[in-house]
Design a protein around this ligand. Structure first.
Ligand code: PEP
Ligand code: MG
Length: 544
């Protein structure tokens, strides 16, 4: 049997399934059988068990995760919460329902306080789910602890779950939700975990079943034969004729610098090992996802210095904090938003807290002055020339001479000439550009098929930016996941991209593909893709 989803990269993985438990459903409001004291004891036992488990996990995890887990452990023993559970049980609720309602009430209170407190509501929800799971005798939510290699099947993973995946155990990842540019997919690619996302039927997969996960065609084959596995391995080996590490170049010698997308200093080694010619996207918010308060200038300067020093003499493009939607930052949160992808995010959020943006730019300038890296900055989610002017002026006033913007909101592409009249460069974020052009939430598995940067509408916006780059003589790079797709990378160059930035694990394949095409050929392929009627047709005409 074969299931279909959207592959991330083109690796294969083969092994037994371990399922991540589904979220616990809301307990019913039916009446309890036991007396109130017995029922409260049951609730207390479960809460104690969860608190002990969380503090044990905190000790094992250490680092940043320890703080979060310790805080969750304390929530499970909070006296006000225990009182609330007791009083709800005394009015006839079951332990499960009383725990659910008590935690829910506290969650609502935190959400109404906004900011950092609102961000902690999700942690309370997690403790509540763990306690109800314990009461029901079912596995706790989260990645199961298993000591053999496995293919993880999940509805979707939280960013923290994906970041913590043990790559010595997780052979591959199959999710029901998530699109190809969701945080799950991006982190899986950066950890070189083979992933197929948006597999609608994966809910039926059971623990222990052997599967073959093939990211190159987005398939998941159940109980594969030895021949299936051998054929997939052969296909992979045949596609892995890699050009030697060296600068990105087309067949005619045109330079297309190949840069790395990184999120923290620990990503540096891999990027350098795989021959990144610099950093095209430093996602600074990744370092502060678990931070409660805005990082100080000194703290930031230290982290930036480490990255800049490692790329001495090379280009490092730092993106200012991209908070909101899939990348919540407690210290930049504005509370609950019905539709966060269309909310106060990216430059909009940092502009509303300009002191945080100023501190970040100050830290970047100071760190840049300490090394000989060629540092430039760019702002996320910039919509037009006015926002470009705001950011570029601010960056220059704080000592960063080269400032650009990310083009990931369609409006920015539509006024590309105006934007490039001000910005020193543009970097196209195809993940968000695709999400907004096709009105398809990048976190939703149900619309994963729309999250396809091969769509001619997306390519036409890229062309507007590429043309404006040629006219203004300013660089237009691509740093979205599209740059990591070798054939699409060629098309992007044909549309005017002057550099490509990607997860380091994709560099070899893209470097190899670029060397097979001249600029003239890339442009011819781009023309064909632009004329296609759908993403599938664009892909097909270019492959042919
Ligand atoms: C993008 O949107 O393409 C991008 C590179 O930014 P992020 O994926 O971090 O939103
Ligand atoms: Mg983006």
């Amino acid at each position: 049997m074969r299931l279909q989803g959207v592959g991330v990269g083109r690796g294969i993985a083969h092994g037994p399934i371990v399922r991540m438990p589904d979220p616990i459903p809301e307990p019913g409001t039916g009446h309890r059988a036991a007396d109130a004291d017995t029922e409260f004891d049951r609730a207390m036992d479960a809460l104690k068990g969860v608190a002990a488990d969380l503090s044990e996990r905190a000790e094992r995890a250490g680092g940043e995760a320890k703080g979060v887990l310790d805080a969750q452990s304390m929530m499970a023993q909070d006296p006000a919460l225990l009182d609330d559970v007791r009083s709800r049980i005394s009015t006839g609720r079951t332990a499960e329902r009383a725990v659910f309602e008590a935690f829910h009430g506290f969650q609502q209170m935190l959400i109404s306080m906004g900011g950092y407190m609102a961000e902690r509501a999700a942690d309370l929800g997690d403790v509540s789910q763990r306690t109800i799971a314990q009461l029901n005798g079912v596995p706790a939510p989260g990645v199961p602890e298993v000591n053999h290699p496995f293919v993880l099947v999940a509805h979707d993973l939280a960013p923290a779950d994906t970041a913590a995946l043990d790559i010595t155990k997780v052979l591959g990842l199959v999710t029901i939700g998530g699109g190809p540019t969701s945080h799950t997919a991006i982190l899986a690619r950066s950890k070189a975990i083979v992933a197929v996302v948006g597999v609608a039927d994966a809910g039926a997969l059971v623990d222990g079943t052997q599967v073959l996960v093939d990211a190159s065609d987005g398939s998941v084959i159940l109980d594969p034969t030895a021949d299936d596995v051998a054929a997939a391995e052969q296909r992979l080996a045949a596609s892995r004729v890699e050009a030697p590490i060296g600068p990105g170049k087309l067949a005619d010698g045109t330079d297309i610098p190949l840069l790395a997308n990184i999120g923290r200093p620990s990503d540096i080694a891999d990027a350098l090992l795989r021959g990144a010619e610099g950093v095209g996207l430093f996602r600074t918010e990744f370092m502060f996802l678990g931070t409660e308060t805005a990082p100080t200038v000194a703290e930031q300067q230290e982290q930036y210095r480490t990255v800049f020093a490692a790329f001495g003499g090379k280009k490092v493009t730092v993106r200012t904090l991209d908070a909101g939607s899939d990348k919540p930052l407690a210290f930049l949160s504005t509370g609950h938003e019905e539709n966060p992808a269309l909310g106060l995010r990216g430059i909009r959020a940092t502009r509303a807290h300009e002191e945080i943006l100023r501190d970040q730019l100050t830290a970047i300038a100071a760190a840049a002055a300490e090394t000989d890296a060629d540092v430039q900055v760019m702002a996320p989610m910039v919509a037009d020339a006015a926002e470009t002017e705001y950011f570029v002026t601010l960056a220059r006033s704080l000592g960063i001479p080269v400032a650009g913007v990310m083009a990931e909101v369609p409006s920015c592409a539509l006024v590309a000439g105006q934007v490039l009249g001000i910005a020193d460069f543009v970097s196209i974020g195809t993940n968000d550009l695709t999400q907004y052009t096709l009105a398809a939430d990048r976190l939703l598995g149900s619309v994963a098929a729309y999250q396809d940067p091969w769509h001619p509408a997306v390519l036409r916006l890229v062309k507007l930016l590429g043309d404006a780059g040629i006219q203004s003589g300013r660089p237009v790079g691509v740093c979205g996941e599209a740059a990591a797709d070798p054939m699409l990378a060629v098309v992007l160059v044909g549309l005017g991209a002057t550099s490509l930035s990607m997860a380091p694990s994709a560099l070899a394949d893209v470097r190899t593909e670029l060397r097979q095409h001249t600029l003239e050929h890339a442009r011819a392929l781009a023309v064909r893709a632009l004329d296609a009627a759908s993403a599938a047709e664009a892909r097909a005409v270019v492959r042919d």
